[in-house]
Ligand binder design. Structure first.
Ligand SMILES: Cc1ncc(COP(=O)(O)O)c(C=O)c1O
Ligand SMILES: [Zn+2]
Length: 450
């Protein structure tokens, strides 16, 4: 072949930002074009020791001027690549987001907008930071449904509705299978809010003694709330999860915020990190050096860190858990002998041991006995020189009290628990460092006093 016969590089051919999904545990690749790919195809039966991770190259991070982060960062999202692969036009993709967002706003009182991210001056002073250093707080308390959970669920919903409209779903829009989630907190509320907006039936599996006020809020959103007492024939583990898995095995769509149950939650969760990175990139130096992020199941910290690191700053991720439920710190140690966190994923059972005691903390939204998304959280901590922080209960309570005293943000104990990690690590953080935390959920009722 002469040089003139070589195929010319097409100057317009831009490599795709989202390359596909790949299971961390078994390496199976799934095309981004494949519809309804919630789990790794090898995650058979009740095996959830697989997780599909989105492979994408986001840098350099750019946004459009749109106030909705799902539109401003649309081209980085996997659901968007899915819709592109099936020929949905750009105006149609934007229109789909706008349509669903408007419906959600009718139910939730707000649609998706960039949430505030700014230096908390009184908090920074209270913690002894210099004027140059300090604590930047991302305030998610006024996000859709009062927490960050709706960001994760919105890309699941976009994938679902896009699949339906592209005739890729095996149901008609007037005979949809129900959505399903096992949760008794913010995730259940966010999932029910989004489901209500689309009038999509949803089953919410809650503990036998779930908080009555939450159950009422879910019923007000027309969710089918299913109480789940332990049955004598149940294997060990959470009965809500058993009932949820039975429902999904009989056709319900997993609509929760755990990567191994539905990988598409990891897509939209990144918008929070992109929003933060976009502000951080445009700050006068020094850069934000650390992120303290509360971890329950881990999807939040995993996607936030992935989003933030796309901005090019390698702020160290510190995954924060409360001392009464800290399985991630154990997984961090157990996986250290493997060359990478993804290599450790093949040894899931050995690395991720569910918390043996009854999980307990004032921050009751991060009491998952297993950190389902431990692989991505450990990967982000390794890549950024971070580490887990286990905060004592005293710090968890102090963080809540300090947040209310200094910021005026009506955050919940769980939402403030990333700050507990900063309190626990404060003597290792220099006074002129900049750190970021997320107040991830609004207070719904007055927590019981200490
Ligand atoms: C307000 C709030 N912040 C953080 C988290 C932790 O998120 P994840 O379970 O994805 O680690 C939760 C989970 O319920 C939450 O409700
Ligand atoms: Zn797999």
């Amino acid at each position: 072949m002469t040089e003139s016969q070589l195929p010319r590089a097409n100057p317009k051919a831009v490599p795709p930002i989202v390359r596909g999904l790949r299971c961390a545990a078994c390496g199976t690749r799934v095309e981004v074009a494949t519809p309804l790919t919630w789990r790794c195809p090898n995650a058979k039966g009740n095996d959830r020791h697989h997780v599909l991770l989105i492979e994408s190259d986001v840098a350099p991070l750019r946004r459009t001027k749109h106030t909705n982060p799902f539109i401003a960062f649309r081209r980085y999202l996997a659901w968007d690549a899915f819709a592109v692969a099936h020929g949905m036009s750009e105006p149609d993709r934007d229109a789909l987001i706008e349509e669903l967002d408007a419906r959600i706003a009718k139910v939730a009182g707000t649609g998706f907008v960039f949430t505030p991210f700014a230096r908390a001056d009184k908090l920074s002073d209270a913690l002894g930071f210099s004027l140059n250093g300090g604590v930047w707080v991302k305030d998610e308390t006024h996000n859709v449904a009062g927490s960050q959970k709706s960001r994760h669920l919105f890309t699941e919903l976009l994938h679902l509705v896009a699949a339906e409209r592209l005739n890729l779903a095996p149901w008609k829009s007037n005979a949809r299978p129900p959505l399903a989630i096992a949760s008794c907190g913010n995730a259940a509320f966010a999932a029910s809010t989004l489901a209500r907006a689309l009038e999509w039936p949803i089953k919410v599996f809650v503990p036998e003694h779930a908080d009555a006020a939450l159950v009422q809020r879910l019923r007000d959103l027309r969710a089918d709330v299913v109480h789940c007492p332990r049955r004598s024939a149940d294997p060990p583990g959470d009965p809500c999860v058993h009932r949820f898995r039975e429902a999904t095995a009989s056709g319900a769509i997993p609509f929760g915020v755990q990567g191994p149950e539905n990988a598409w939650c990891l897509d939209g969760g990144r918008t929070i990190g992109w929003e933060m990175a976009y502000v951080a990139e445009h700050m006068e130096p020094p850069l934000i050096a650390r992120l303290f992020v509360q971890v329950g199941g881990g999807a939040f910290a995993a996607s936030l860190a992935e989003g933030f690191h796309a901005g090019g700053t390698r702020a160290a991720l510190h995954a924060v858990q409360a001392e009464g439920c800290a399985p991630l710190a154990l997984a961090w140690q157990a996986s250290a002998k493997y060359p990478t966190a993804v290599a450790a994923a093949a040894h899931w059972r050995e690395c991720m041991t569910p918390w043996a005691k009854t999980p307990q903390s004032f921050a009751d939204g991060i009491l998952d006995d297993e950190t389902y998304d431990w692989v991505s959280v450990c990967r982000a901590m390794r890549a950024s020189g971070g580490s887990p922080v286990v905060a004592s209960e005293r710090y968890v309570r102090e963080a809540y009290e300090l947040a209310h005293r200094t910021t005026g943000i009506d955050v919940s104990p769980t939402g403030a628990s990333g700050l507990a990690g900063l309190l626990a690590a404060r003597d290792r953080v220099a006074d002129d460092e900049r750190v970021a935390i997320v107040f991830s959920g609004i207070r719904r009722e007055t927590p019981k006093p200490a």
